[in-house]
Design a protein. Structure first.
Length: 308
């Protein structure tokens, strides 16, 4: 069954629902989602996620979003966990100003009459974060649902959270991310025509603009995996503004190893595996080429060493 997506509330009673923003759909989120699905299947019900298009802090604090995943990819991963319905709502003043009791009664119970509600241990809702796991547990009998709180999920004593993953991305520690996220951090985009300088250096690149609302790793050179038409290739990529050639815009330039196909205007995914070095301004193009040779050796050694 394909997950149905709604952008407005509608009457859809007797669901097993979960609440959260689910940025990244990381390993902790997956436990919340799987619990929701399992409860639904065990009791002959449908499951649903209640989430938002933009993070509530974007509305409450006028923040510019910096997500791990695009909304499209977030919903795709939620669907992969077996969820039947996704309610992707606008976080507006009606929701922002609602007291926790009113949000529970007038939004969740009114429309879904949920049989089960699942959240993570650190989920909050309602004005001034009045609603939490203790609150939801307290109103189980009043509103006829059973509440499940998912405890902290950790890896090597590290709490798995979206904020921790964003921190790792920003700090350039991308090789630590798969154990928390479930995959390497990636971006996707359409390959654009560049200035073809890489081709003159024997290092042609597939270039994509960096998505504005996705968290940005440190600028530099990375070992990457590239997904094109469902196939995966190894390569190295530079994220930066290309100071050696006086570049201006943030660009991801990816040299794909042992690859010589025309992929202009194709959508690709680039997975950041390990940072190799910082972005550097070189005195000349020959200096840059010399460094690219060293980068390729380092990246290939990384892949061989890790049996990737």
């Amino acid at each position: 069954m394909t997950m149905k997506i709604y952008n407005d509330l509608n009457k859809n009673p007797y669901l097993s629902i979960c609440l959260g923003f689910f940025d990244g759909v990381h390993q902790g989120h997956k436990v919340v989602l799987k619990n929701t699905v399992n409860l639904a299947r065990q009791n002959g019900l449908n499951s649903a996620v209640v989430t938002f298009k933009e993070h509530p802090l974007c509305y409450l604090q006028n923040r510019t979003p910096q997500y791990i995943l695009s909304l499209e990819d977030r919903l795709s991963l939620i669907e992969q966990q077996g969820i039947d319905f996704a309610y992707v709502l606008d976080f507006d003043e009606n929701i922002a100003d609602a007291l926790a009791y009113d949000y529970l009664k007038d939004f969740l119970v009114k429309y879904f009459s949920p049989k089960f509600i699942t959240t993570g241990f650190n989920h909050y809702f309602g004005a001034n974060k009045q609603g939490d796991a203790i609150f939801l547990r307290a109103y189980q009998e009043d509103f006829g649902y059973k509440f499940f709180e998912i405890p902290p999920i950790t890896f090597n004593n590290t709490l798995i959270s979206s904020s921790k993953i964003r921190q790792l991305v920003q700090d350039g520690f991308t090789e630590d991310i798969p154990n928390l996220l479930g995959s390497h951090f990636y971006i996707k985009g359409r390959v654009i025509t560049g200035d073809r300088i890489g081709r003159t250096l024997s290092y042609p690149t597939a270039n994509i603009h960096y998505p504005e609302n996705i968290i940005k790793p440190q600028k530099g050179v990375y070992a990457v995996l590239v997904e094109i038409d469902g196939k995966e290739y190894k390569g190295m990529a530079n994220l930066g503004r290309r100071p050696t050639v006086n570049g201006k815009n943030l660009l991801l330039e990816t040299h794909i190893f042992d690859f010589n196909e025309n992929i202009y205007d194709k959508d690709i995914k680039v997975y950041f595996c390990k940072k190799i070095r910082n972005e550097t301004k070189f005195g000349s193009l020959p200096e840059l080429k010399s460094q690219l040779v060293k980068d390729e050796i380092a990246v290939r050694e990384y892949f061989n060493r890790n049996k990737i």
